[in-house]
Write a protein that binds this ligand. Structure first.
Ligand code: NAD
Ligand code: TYD
Length: 337
């Protein structure tokens, strides 16, 4: 099988490519990525010489480039996106362009080339925000209620993907997942920023009261979830893929990091809250368990510690990222300029 992965130089896409090449020895992957600030070929340097892997530098909004890359492709796994909520608050335009327009360009090409599966990687953030201390979780039938430009643009892409199924019969599937963590998470996202700041002797910037709940998913569980959807998922269906945490708030996550790294609470700095900050995300993944046999395997405490160790062992990966343009963004975001 030949798979076109979009956004494969980013966090989840690069983990997925590594996972897939190891698990599926007969498959070939074409990775189409624009290499925005978040795309980094260093994420894939161990597989660059694999003869089942090809890289194409292109924008998913470029219909000609997408058309060329789609030649002979059986399956598309679409990760490419602008993915950071805070950046979408600063400037929503690239989110609409890549996440909405780019997704439609890919769908059009997939239809022309009669791909046998178009898998769209989406987020639980399209469902909005849950109450703290409630039992409720998001599932595949939860009404869409996105509240940030990022989640609104992802919601737009989900609707276009479903429209391609209902209107044109394109065999699509969608996964909505929660906050992923693991190697190569870009150090603008909370966990990666917190770990690398602590390793640099800096503080964790904690938005608002810190009582915001995320439902953390180790990236390899996510990759296995997508694999199961590609093997057993039904065209037209959506699956929520979740992990093993139970309502941990950001302060509790930060405290776990401080314990792992032997630091005190003074390493947490409360800063101005994010506008429109969603209180709580939680995902009910029972449909994926029932229909696909999906089970998350990676316990948060164990894999958080492993992730910290990965960042300790891979300073050469994240230190160059936290310079140049990144510093400009960081100073603007955290009012340091
Ligand atoms: P990321 O920001 O780390 O990587 C995105 C990749 O897409 C980068 O390599 C970037 O260069 C590429 N890209 C961006 N715009 C492009 C364009 N116009 N054309 C081609 N390539 C482009 O993102 P991630 O965290 O790996 O997320 C991957 C996908 O998973 C996204 O669709 C995101 O919405 C979704 N998702 C992420 C999370 C999470 O916790 N990170 C959770 C749920 C869903
Ligand atoms: P983030 O990693 O941006 O993911 P998302 O907003 O998509 O869930 O943020 C995770 C949580 O951490 C969220 O509640 C916002 C919070 N946060 C901070 O407290 N400080 C920070 O510096 C960042 C980036 C996020």
């Amino acid at each position: 099988m030949k798979i076109l992965v979009t956004g494969g130089a980013g966090f989840i896409g690069s983990n997925f490519i590594r996972y897939w090449l190891a698990k599926h020895p007969d498959d070939a992957i074409v990775n189409l990525d624009k290499l925005t600030y978040a795309g980094n070929l260093e994420n894939l340097k161990d597989i660059v010489d694999n003869n089942r892997y090809t890289f194409v530098k292109a924008d998913i909004c470029d219909a000609d480039a997408v058309d060329r890359a789609m030649q002979g492709v059986d399956t598309v796994v679409h990760f490419a996106a602008e993915s950071h909520v805070d950046r979408s608050i600063m400037d929503a335009a690239p989110f609409v362009m890549t996440n909405v327009v780019g997704t439609q360009v890919l769908l059009d090409a997939a239809m022309r080339h009669h791909v046998t599966r178009f898998h769209h990687v989406s987020t639980d953030e399209v469902f909005g925000s849950l109450e703290l201390d409630a039992e409720e979780k998001f599932n595949e039938t939860t009404r869409y209620n996105p509240r940030s430009p990022y989640s609104a643009s992802k919601a737009g892409s989900d609707h276009l993907v479903r429209a391609a199924f209902y209107t044109h019969g394109l065999p699509i599937t969608i996964t909505n997942t929660e906050n992923n963590y693991g190697p190569y998470l870009f150090p603008e996202k909370f966990l990666s920023l917190a770990i690398t700041n602590l390793l640099e002797g800096k503080k964790i910037p904690m938005y608002g009261d810190g009582k915001y709940v995320r439902d953390w998913l180790y990236v390899e569980d996510h990759c296995r979830g997508i694999d199961l959807v590609l093997q057993k998922g039904k065209p037209g269906e959506t699956y929520c893929i979740g992990g093993l945490t139970q309502d941990l708030n950001n302060l509790e996550v930060a405290q776990k990091l401080l314990a792992i790294l032997g630091k005190g609470e003074e390493a947490i700095e409360f800063v101005k809250d994010r506008p429109g900050h969603d209180r709580r995300y939680a995902v009910d993944w029972s449909k994926a368990r029932r229909e696909l046999g999906y089970e998350p395997l990676y316990y948060f405490d164990t894999y958080l510690a492993k992730t910290v160790q990965w960042y300790k062992d891979n300073e050469a990966w994240w230190k160059p990222i936290k310079s140049g343009k990144y510093l400009e963004y960081y100073e603007k975001q955290y009012n340091l300029s």
